[in-house]
Design a protein around this ligand. Structure first.
Ligand SMILES: CSCCC(=O)/C(O)=C/O
Ligand SMILES: [Fe+2]
Ligand code: NI
Length: 193
């Protein structure tokens, strides 16, 4: 279940209400649950996946999300697997855990685990969106956001790309609202060096 927290402490869990709050940014959230095969359930329960296992999971979801990929002009996708068993996890998190934008839309389907996105609304207040398995989020290109893991420190997410040009991450100098700063991030960074 996705949860949207506003800087004033209000919390929304209804999809329609969350989409209403994010509408000024043209961000779209949905939730689809697909019944996994035994093989895919087994793979989603693993902490890390090798390339062929990631491809098996991607092909499984392709069968359900083909229409979405066509409608949103997706030309490629990958499966990002984040878990503390991956010695590079803190490098991945450092890349995305401060405000940034991309030159492509950010279509993300959460297949396993959970994650957090932060956004800034037109009134300059910030919001924090927690996604769980089954959630699909689409962030238009050039939309300021940050990303991190929850305390579960586990995520398998499909990333959909709409062009083959280099996917660029550009950092903005906006500070994350104190309300949403994640104390454990420093713990992650401590591990990083
Ligand atoms: C949930 S996708 C993993 C991180 C990523 O690709 C990104 O752009 C986060 O902002
Ligand atoms: Fe990003
Ligand atoms: Ni992103």
């Amino acid at each position: 279940m996705s949860v949207l927290e506003l800087e004033n402490g209000i919390v929304h869990t209804e999809l329609a209400k969350i989409n209403q709050e994010l509408a000024p940014l043209n961000i779209y959230l949905d939730n689809w649950k697909f019944t996994s095969t035994h093989e895919v359930s087994y793979l989603l329960n693993k902490n890390l996946l090798d390339e062929s296992e990631r491809e098996t999971v991607l092909r499984f979801y392709d069968t359900f999300l083909k229409q979405l990929m066509l409608e949103t002009g997706v030309v490629s996708r990958d499966l990002l697997v984040l878990h503390p068993d991956d010695s590079y996890i803190d490098i991945h998190l450092q890349k995305f855990s401060t405000f940034h934008i991309h030159n492509d839309q950010e279509g993300r389907y959460v297949a396993d685990g959970e994650c957090i996105f932060g956004f800034v609304l037109p009134d300059r207040t910030q919001v924090k969106l927690t996604l769980q398995a089954g959630d699909y989020l689409n962030i238009p290109a050039n939309t300021e956001h940050w990303f991190n893991l929850t305390k579960a420190k586990r995520l398998k997410t499909i990333r959909y790309f709409t062009f083959t040009k280099e996917w660029i991450t550009e950092y903005t100098d906006r500070a994350i609202a104190p309300t949403f700063q994640l104390p454990e991030l420093s713990a992650n960074l401590a591990v990083a060096d």
